[in-house]
Design a protein around this ligand. Structure first.
Ligand code: ADP
Length: 447
């Protein structure tokens, strides 16, 4: 096992990894920008090292600075968290070239899954059902027209390098195709330096269902059921739950096995998420994330496992600490993302926290790096906390969420807390009756 792990991240996910390290008796090293000198992850880690100025490009994304920090502190492995360098194949290669261990999959798996076209081709070959659409990239408008006519409108044009909801454009009809095609290409180019796009059938009312998988890198893999992340704004998740209200045990076992078998076949190592759209009882693969997800705690809650601990174990060459048969679902869990954002436009709202009080009690987990007097810097993303509840069943989890939101105090900045209070008044939410468009429609008429 490692003696020392460096966490190449900040905020709540950095704390999440530090906590796992501490329970495993591993020393933790935090890295931080000059804007984060007072951040909680710096205080909580065993050691901290400044790696650059506020801009992420010069600090949390600076590969030389992070490698140097490992060498200075003697850290043997790097946990990337999510975002930043977590899905950067080049980074993984450099880490390995320095005889350090990357806690995550191989550079090759990251590369394949990071390009949505090669990801889809690979998944198709591995027997995973995909959204109907173009076979690979669509080089020009003429091809786009032919493919779209075959697939049938509406279609969605997606940048193969896209992420975070960027580089995706809907064409409702043939008239929209030209502008959707060129806009998706331009966005892909501007945001990711790659203008290759592909076409998919646009599904009208699917749910976003993702399967958590985990491999040991030696041909063994398991699944930990699904999360329903359909409640999204601008393709960004805000509320996630497990198990999915629309998925029964048989459906779960079937798609879970398809996913576990797929990643076993490629000797996948560590945590991964296979994302699907789910409509009329059918699953359609959209992408795979080769890292720990923001919403992993809902899976941890219902299975009673520590996914970060497992990531560290397999990275150190140890086996996973459970088998598929040992994994049983217990109850229901919901996570809501607390962002420092001002409604109704969700504009970022950095600033000083004058008072912070975290909820507690049975079945409540608050993952946050906030504290009284902390100043949220304006340079990074607006997620400031995740409130996760666990109950014996969905109604109990909802009641607990309502109760915990009532206890949570975040003063000094605007947050998304009022959104969740309002959502908990909605019949559809209480019944679990929603799809990927529900929240946008609701926001348009309520905010
Ligand atoms: P990103 O990498 O930017 O997160 P994804 O491919 O994971 O992009 O898609 C994000 C979201 O966009 C999905 O959860 C869904 O809401 C919507 N979406 C993606 N593909 C389709 C599709 N073919 N039809 C309808 N909605 C889609």
């Amino acid at each position: 096992m490692f003696d020392k792990i460096l966490i190449a991240n900040r905020g709540e996910i950095s704390l999440r990894v530090i906590r796992a390290c501490r329970e495993m008796g591993i020393h933790s090293v935090a890295v931080h920008s000059t804007a984060d000198s007072d951040a909680m992850h710096v205080r909580m880690a065993d050691e901290a090292i400044c790696i650059g100025p506020p801009s992420s490009t010069d600090s949390y994304l600076s590969i030389p600075a992070i490698i140097s920090a490992c060498e200075i502190t003697g850290a043997q492995a790097i946990h990337p968290g999510y975002g930043f360098l977590s899905e950067n194949a080049n980074f993984v290669q450099i880490v390995e070239d320095h005889d350090l261990t990357f806690i995550g999959p191989t550079a090759e798996h990251i590369r394949v899954m990071g390009d949505k076209i090669t990801a889809k081709e690979t998944m198709k070959q591995l027997g995973v059902p995909c959204v109907p659409g173009s076979d690979g990239g669509v080089p020009d408008l003429e091809t786009a027209k032919t493919v779209a006519a075959e697939v049938g409108f509406p279609v969605i044009i997606k940048a193969t390098a896209g992420g975070g909801g960027r580089g995706m454009k809907l064409a409702e009809t043939a008239e929209d195709l030209e502008s959707a095609f060129f806009t998706a290409r331009a966005e892909g180019k501007a945001a990711f330096g790659n203008d290759e796009v592909y076409i998919e059938k646009y599904l009208g009312r699917p749910r976003h269902i993702e399967i958590q998988v985990f491999g040991d890198g030696k041909g063994n893999a398991i699944h930990l059921g699904e999360r329903d992340c359909s409640l999204q704004r601008r393709h960004q998740k805000v509320f996630e739950e497990a198990p999915g209200p629309a998925i029964d045990a048989e459906t779960r076992a079937k798609i879970g096995k398809v996913c576990a078998d797929a990643v076993a076949q490629i000797n996948y190592i560590g945590a991964g998420t296979i994302e699907f759209l789910y409509e009329d009882g059918e699953f359609y693969f959209i992408e795979m994330n080769t890292r720990l997800q923001v919403e992993h705690p809902v899976t941890e809650a219902i299975f009673g496992v520590d996914l970060v601990r497992e990531q560290i174990r397999v990275a150190a060459g140890l086996p996973m600490s459970f088998t598929q048969d040992e994994l049983q679902i217990n109850g229901h869990s919901i996570e809501v993302r607390i962002n420092a954002e001002k409604l109704p436009n969700f504009s970022p709202c950095p600033g000083r926290i004058t008072q912070y009080h975290a909820p507690g009690g049975l079945g409540v987990r608050m993952d946050s790096a906030l504290y009284d007097g902390y100043s949220i810097p304006p340079y990074y993303d607006s997620l400031i906390g995740k409130l996760i509840v666990h109950g014996r069943d969905r109604p109990e989890a909802l009641a607990r969420l309502n109760r915990a939101l009532g206890e949570l105090i975040v003063d000094g900045v605007d947050t998304t807390i009022p959104l969740f209070n309002a959502l908990l008044q909605e019949d559809d939410i209480l019944k679990g009756d929603y799809n990927i468009h529900w929240l946008e429609k609701w926001l348009a008429s309520h905010l």
